[in-house]
Design a protein around this ligand. Structure first.
Ligand SMILES: O=C(O)CCC(=O)C(=O)O
Length: 334
């Protein structure tokens, strides 16, 4: 369960989430440059993002309120944008879901999967203090998260984010101010009990206008691979909007009425989800790897922890796309 924080002034030692390092830690680790102006800029941005989420977004989960606030955000940030006009974006608005067959090159997906399956330090955002150093196969823990800084620096990760059709869909669904705001890569390990996000929930602490992109890094052929399960058309539903996990039994009628389903996918397939809709991961019997991108108009409370890089520091193969889509990458690239 997410621990709901309160609006507050946060300092340079603030960690936006378990194991997402603070400005001070990043400077000490050499992944962020320091300076008086940089501190001031970071401080202002981190406080804006923190309070946008913990002061405004999480005040209430009432879908009607969120929809009103979301409209205000769109009006302020992109007053002339027309969103949801393409058939696929209109369908996404209705269903909370869009599946894109073979959007990515499978070799590229394999490259990121290799980085994730390599021996390294893994943590678990749901379990403060947990770490596993080594190969994933040697861990028994159900959830292994790749270190964020390592993920953001991975050339294959950047190449996936720079897929022109992926960016185009985000703009169709959210508008021209859609930007990459955070990302997670994790391994779900075989387990016979639902762990954390493998229980029904809504994502309740994400920006007002956002979507999540799921990129399976291993094939999801059936139940044994722990597919995402979704109840479509529930992002605007008033029922079940409390911030908690829900039991299968509680949602049975809704699942029947809306046609809940699991998402099977081959490597290279990508799916876009409005994760304010009811969803859950399912416990896999085989090891499963996933990349998920958060794309939004406003920032996530974690966004300020992204050490932004110069365009010239990015791998050459992504520079042209990033240059063409500066707004989409504004939170990653200076
Ligand atoms: O593992 C999955 O497919 C589900 C992830 C999920 O529910 C979440 O991250 O909120």
């Amino acid at each position: 369960m997410v621990t709901f924080r309160k609006a507050a002034w946060v300092g340079l030692d603030h960690m936006p989430e378990v194991d997402v390092s603070s400005y001070v830690q990043q400077v000490a680790a050499g992944v962020r440059r320091d300076g008086q102006l940089r501190r001031l800029r970071h401080s202002l941005y981190a406080n804006y993002a923190h309070n946008y989420i913990w002061g405004l977004r999480t005040k209430s989960n009432d879908p009607a309120r969120l929809s009103r606030l979301g409209r205000v955000e769109r009006l302020l940030r992109q007053p002339f944008a027309r969103i949801g006009r393409t058939p696929r974006a209109a369908e996404f608005r209705e269903l909370d879901f869009h599946f894109a067959d073979k959007m990515l090159d499978t070799g590229l997906v394999d490259r990121l999967a290799s980085s994730l399956f390599a021996p390294q330090r893994f943590t678990d955002p749901y379990l403060d203090g947990f770490e596993h150093i080594g190969a994933p196969e040697t861990a028994r823990h159900p959830f292994l998260m790749m270190q964020t800084e390592r993920l953001f620096a991975d050339p294959a990760f950047l190449e996936i984010c720079a897929n022109p059709d992926l960016i185009a869909f985000c703009r169709e669904a959210l508008g021209p101010k859609a930007a990459l705001s955070w990302a997670w890569a994790w391994i779900s390990q075989p387990t016979n009990a639902a762990y954390q996000n493998q229980n029904w929930h809504r994502d309740c602490a994400e920006p007002l206008n956002c979507l999540r992109i799921f990129v399976p890094l291993t094939t999801i052929e059936g139940r044994e691979d722990g597919p995402l399960e979704l109840i479509p058309k529930t992002s605007a539903l008033r029922a079940f909007h409390e911030v908690r996990r829900f039991g299968d039994g509680e949602l049975e009628a809704l699942k029947q009425a809306n046609g809940a389903g699991v998402v099977l996918a081959e490597k290279g397939d990508v799916y876009f989800v409005n994760t304010f809709a009811l969803h859950r991961g399912t416990p896999p019997l085989r090891r499963r790897a996933m990349l998920s991108l958060l794309v939004s108009i406003g920032p996530s409370h974690r966004t300020s922890a992204i050490p932004r890089r110069k365009l010239s520091e990015l791998p050459e193969q992504v520079q042209a796309t990033v240059r063409k889509n500066r707004s989409f990458f504004r939170r990653l690239v200076l």
